[in-house]
Write a protein that binds this ligand. Structure first.
Ligand code: 3H9
Length: 680
């Protein structure tokens, strides 16, 4: 036997069983294979009165091993459920001593104990919903019996981690301690058993009388997304909690397992598990030599426009003081208002204390001269999207900043190598492409130029983590990963419109049937049709689609949401001016242009065909990025689209979805092999 479970008797009838499966003590089949006999041995040992569960590696457990869900269990396989059943059968007292995280199956093991003690800095939670699962080791049955079904349901549907003091206030843990939780747990030795399985689940809602349960259950079903559009696990989770309220424990425990097994085998859970692992792969760049990242203690930003201000806020929120260089007074005035407005909002929402908000807002300094950047460790340029402008800025930055300062551009389309060539330190130049609004959107594309050094790239990845972004490394190619694919996707949507399908229908299908946060035409209107036009002009002038619809709309002053007219109309009185209103004028314009160009009409394409064409365009474009080495892995492409463009996570991203529906992108597979990054 290995030492996945460490056993220690402390001499006073207490046996400590320590989970030891680095890094997070996942309760893998192998761990449970040792845990079950260890519990049985303690149960059979007359000298033991109390068993304390704890974790090595400064943590309790992150739950079941997510890798195991892809492995079919055999009759011999042991899971957390077997360990919990062994606890349930034993007449000893069990105490969980929690440090670090007790999540998923880890918390479920703790809930099977009679008492729970947690270190002040630890966190607990049942985040299974984020993997398209439900807590399947008794969480849906025991948590309602501990804190009431209504509150338990809210916690499990959100899947959030909560800090130990909050968990204590809710009654999830019995005691919070500053010192060693194992020492504190010993005080519970020999105390009477207190199994949650013996309790009845209360609803936790007053004044609803006889109809309380059906009311709460029906409300919950109504509040989550439909089963086929992101809510598959949520509805089953609600069913499991209903069982906790209505059925005896043993039957609820059995029902939970059946529902859990259905979810483990479901497509949405496979997609969400893929996203979980893809996210954790991001910082591993094949072939990147190991180097220490440069410390980033102070930052600079060029430009106080919307992007520059947002980026400055991101630095301030991460505790990195930042100097914004902006020569125009009115732009500075507006940026200051945005900064203070945003931090005030955080205070109003109770997320920040007044004092912290004030400190952070004041860690952003506005200056008019580049010379103020002489002591910063990184500068992010967020000026106008024009190569001559960027080159001039980089040449100036090269002259004023210290030699090892990293120079980054927030460009969304321009060539990083050409920008780097304006400096004498191209090895210190890279792209840091934030998405608007920069302080809200999680995605950051890190663009690696031809000369970007391993240390600069490593520092960029470390900075991404410090700024709490989901950072994806991209090669230097037009549009990088996200925008390159966006153009391919928008092009396909425009082609469908040319064939007579209205923009409103295409948006409705992609949003409400497929699950995107917004439809492709609403996205175009939000980004600005002038931006698309400008980019297609700078790329040789070819229109998106076969006919110059966007050029015509721009000519008519229809630039999108900002002019209240684009592909759709916008009215300040409807949805604060953000709701897309179909516009027959645009539909007629498209029809006329298509007729003039002799494009065959086919307005009756099915919804499935619309989805297939738009998602295939994404997969084809993603496959090309993988073939040319711009993107490292299919999972990276998926993460860019989920975090940057509102692709529905339950479909796992464009490459995962293509593989799932069996689509083979042009010239390659959706699951192309990981490649070393090259430059396109
Ligand atoms: C469950 O419990 C089902 C039960 O209800 C029913 C069973 C019958 N499994 O995120 P990090 C790895 S479902 C396997 O970078 P952090 C992770 O891949 C589970 N591996 O660190 C990474 O590996 P690598 C419910 C896991 O400090 C390494 O650990 N639990 C698992 O930023 C470090 O992870 C959850 O959903 C796992 N469960 O965050 C919790 N967890 O180094 C999922 C982590 O090779 N986990 N790894 O790339 C998390 O939320 C975060 O990982 C955690 C640490 C907060 C724990």
């Amino acid at each position: 036997m290995s030492n996945l479970i460490q056993t220690a008797d402390t001499g006073d009838g207490v046996r400590v069983l320590t989970l030891n499966n680095p890094p997070v003590n996942a309760l893998s089949y192998a761990v449970c294979g040792e845990l079950v006999p260890a519990i049985a041995a303690a149960a059979a040992d007359a000298s033991v009165t109390t068993v304390i569960f704890t974790g090595a590696n400064n943590t309790f457990s992150a739950g079941a091993d997510v890798n195991d869900f892809a492995i079919r269990p055999t009759a011999e396989t042991k899971t957390v459920r077997d360990a919990i059943e062994a606890v349930e059968r034993s007449d000893k007292t069990f105490v969980a001593a929690i440090e670090g995280n007790a999540l998923g199956g880890g918390l479920e093991l703790a809930l099977a104990c009679d008492y729970r003690v947690a270190a002040t800095k630890s966190r607990v939670g049942l985040p299974e919903i984020k993997l398209g699962l439900l807590p399947g080791a008794g969480g849906t049955q025991r948590l309602p019996r501990l804190i009431g079904a209504n509150e338990a349901l809210q916690l499990m549907l959100k899947g959030e981690l909560i800090k130990a003091p909050d968990a204590h206030a809710k009654g999830i843990v019995d005691e919070v301690v500053d010192g060693d939780p194992v020492e504190a747990a010993k005080a519970y030795a020999g105390k009477p058993k207190r199994r949650l399985s013996q309790r009845k689940a209360e609803l936790g809602v007053a004044n609803l009388g006889l109809f309380a349960t059906p009311f709460v259950v029906a409300q919950a079903h109504m509040m989550v997304p439909p089963e086929e559009n992101g809510g598959y696990a949520a509805h089953k989770l609600i069913d499991a909690v209903q069982a906790a309220i209505e059925l005896p424990f043993e039957r609820g425990w059995a029902r939970e397992l059946r529902l859990f097994m259905e979810l483990v085998q479901s497509a949405p859970s496979a997609a969400l598990r893929h996203v979980f692992f893809a996210e954790r792969e991001l910082s591993k760049v094949p072939g990147l030599p190991k180097t220490e990242p440069l410390p980033i203690k102070k930052a600079g930003v060029i430009g106080a426009g919307t992007m520059g201000t947002g980026i400055a806020i991101v630095f301030a929120e991460a505790g990195i003081p930042v100097t914004v260089v902006e020569p125009k007074d009115e732009a500075v005035e507006k940026a200051r208002e945005t900064v203070f407005g945003m931090f005030k909002y955080q205070v109003d929402k109770g997320r920040l204390s007044q004092e912290d908000a004030w400190k952070r807002a004041n860690s952003i300094a506005f200056e008019s001269d580049f010379s103020e950047l002489s002591d910063v460790d990184v500068v992010v340029e967020a000026a106008f999207e024009s190569m001559p402008v960027k080159k001039e800025i980089f040449a100036k930055l090269d002259a004023v900043t210290k030699p090892d300062c990293i120079l980054a551009s927030n460009t969304s389309t321009l060539d990083i190598d050409e920008i780097a060539a304006a400096t004498k330190r191209p090895d210190k130049v890279l792209g840091l492409h934030f998405f608007a609004p920069a302080n809200i959107m999680k995605l950051l594309e890190i663009v690696r130029g031809k000369e970007t050094s391993p240390q600069t790239l490593t520092s960029g990845i470390a900075l991404g983590k410090a700024l709490r972004k989901v950072a994806v490394v991209s090669g230097n190619a037009f549009g990088f990963i996200g925008n390159r694919m966006l153009f391919a996707y928008e092009e396909q949507a425009v082609r469908l419109a040319e064939e007579g399908v209205t923009p409103a229908r295409i948006d409705d299908v992609m949003k409400n049937k497929f699950g995107f946060a917004m439809g492709p035409f609403a996205v175009a209107d939000l980004s600005g049709l002038d931006v698309y036009h400008f980019i297609s002009q700078s790329q040789g002038g070819a229109p998106l689609g076969r006919i110059p619809i966007i050029a015509k709309l721009v000519e008519q002053g229809r630039l999108g949401q900002k002019t209240q007219k684009g592909f759709f109309r916008y009215d300040k009185a409807v949805g604060k001016g953000r709701e897309a209103i179909p516009d027959p004028e645009v539909e007629q314009l498209i029809a006329q242009l298509a007729k003039d160009a002799g494009i065959p009409q086919n307005p009756n394409v099915s919804d499935d065909e619309i989805i297939a064409r738009c998602t295939r365009a994404l997969a084809d474009s993603g496959a090309e990025l993988l073939r040319t080495g711009v993107a490292l892995r299919p999972g990276d492409v998926d993460i860019v689209w989920i975090y940057g463009y509102g692709f529905p996570p339950h479909h796992g991203g464009p490459m995962h979805y293509a593989a799932e529906v069996g689509y083979m992108p042009e010239g390659g597979t959706a699951n192309a092999q990981t490649k070393e990054l090259t430059h396109a």
